[in-house]
Design a protein around this ligand. Structure first.
Ligand code: NAP
Length: 320
């Protein structure tokens, strides 16, 4: 099969398409014929060698994908050959024509969704669910600010939150992005490049403050997020690409909390919960991944340039 291989960490161009042996499923494993691959920012951090945990070289990148189960190993009972699935991590990396997964890493993909949409499910929706419900313990009726709502995680958060009954303020960097956030459930949208958008958010809540902030770029926004929070407010640091100075005093009078998260830390019981929530939402139409670009697998370097250099309008997906 064809797969993207990385022999040395570095620029996007270190990713090359190569022919490698087809994976064979051992006990408890399945092989998925991959139709589409989800590109996530973390794939770029790992490829460049700038991530706390790095794979052994050479490796095939990728966590997200969607496709059809092609073969199953002994003891696999939950899903059979021919099932459409979204992939939540793979033993072999997903930037490939086939992915070797543990049975627990594949989940049904309803017919209403394309494979490209299925490739945009796991990291974005699991992260959004974990941040909003498991870390922030968000509750319907609360004010939510999705700070950076046009990417994979932000749009997933809008869909979860609007279906659950939050009052939602989104931010976006472009006009097209602002339109997209309203289409996906935001009631209000602000431009995160406007210096006064923090004050505008506070005004929208009539001075109550925001109960939950999902923060995609904490190194830019965290210091000005803190005074926005309501009493007992929570900010979840989902994305951060550098350092920032904050005033801890801003948390004191509000009894507010700054909560970090890494999807990889999710305990098994919480993973079962979030896949159940995602599965239900995909099946009943509450959750619909937004695909912005589809790029052929051999052009993976272009996708990595695009995800860090361009404004987001949904997911970038590779097609096998
Ligand atoms: P993405 O699709 O590339 O989207 C990036 C988002 O950041 C866009 O909505 C973008 O908005 C927004 N952004 C740009 N400038 C901003 C600013 N000044 N303030 C607020 N937002 C701004 O990425 P993603 O998949 O949604 O992931 C978002 C972040 O979360 C990334 O840093 C990623 O690495 C991280 N992440 C973390 C975890 C975890 O486990 N902690 C899991 C998944 C993702 P515009 O393009 O409209 O300007």
């Amino acid at each position: 099969m064809k797969a993207i291989r990385v022999h040395a960490f570095g620029e996007p161009e270190v990713m090359k398409i190569e022919t490698v042996a087809d994976p064979k499923p051992a006990e408890g494993e399945v092989v998925v014929a991959v139709r589409a691959v989800g590109v996530n920012p973390v794939d770029t951090y790992i490829r460049s060698g700038q991530y706390p945990v790095l794979p052994k070289l050479p490796y095939t990148p990728g966590i997200d994908a969607a496709g059809i189960i092609e073969t199953v190993g002994r003891g696999v009972t939950r899903l059979g050959v021919g099932t459409r699935v979204y992939v939540a991590g793979a033993r072999s990396g997903t930037y490939a024509e086939k992915a070797l997964c543990r049975e627990s890493q594949v989940h049904p993909l309803p017919d209403r969704l394309s494979f490209a949409q299925g490739a945009g499910v796991y990291v974005p929706y699991a992260t959004a669910y974990r941040a909003l419900f498991q870390r922030a313990q968000g509750r319907p009726g609360e004010w939510l600010l999705v700070h950076g709502a046009t990417g994979g995680v932000g749009l997933a958060a809008l869909q979860f939150a609007s279906n659950a009954g939050f009052r939602i303020i989104a931010t976006a960097g472009t006009e097209q992005g602002r339109k997209l956030t309203i289409e996906n459930g935001a009631q209000f949208v602000l431009n995160h490049h406007a210096p006064d958008h923090f004050e505008q958010a506070l005004t929208l809540t009539s001075g109550h403050g925001v109960d939950v902030i999902l923060e995609m770029l904490a190194n830019v926004n965290l210091d000005r997020d803190l005074p926005l929070l309501a009493k007992n407010g929570r900010v979840v640091v989902i994305g951060s690409r550098g350092r920032i100075e904050i005033d801890p005093r801003a948390t004191m009078g509000r009894d507010s909390a700054i909560l970090g998260m890494a999807l990889l830390n999710t305990p098994e019981a919480d993973q079962i919960t979030l896949h159940a929530a995602i599965g239900a939402g995909l099946a009943n139409g509450a959750l619909t991944p937004v695909v912005s670009h589809q790029i052929p697998l051999p052009e993976a370097p272009q996708a990595h340039h695009q995800i860090v250099e361009s404004r987001a309008h949904g997911k970038i997906v590779l097609r096998t």
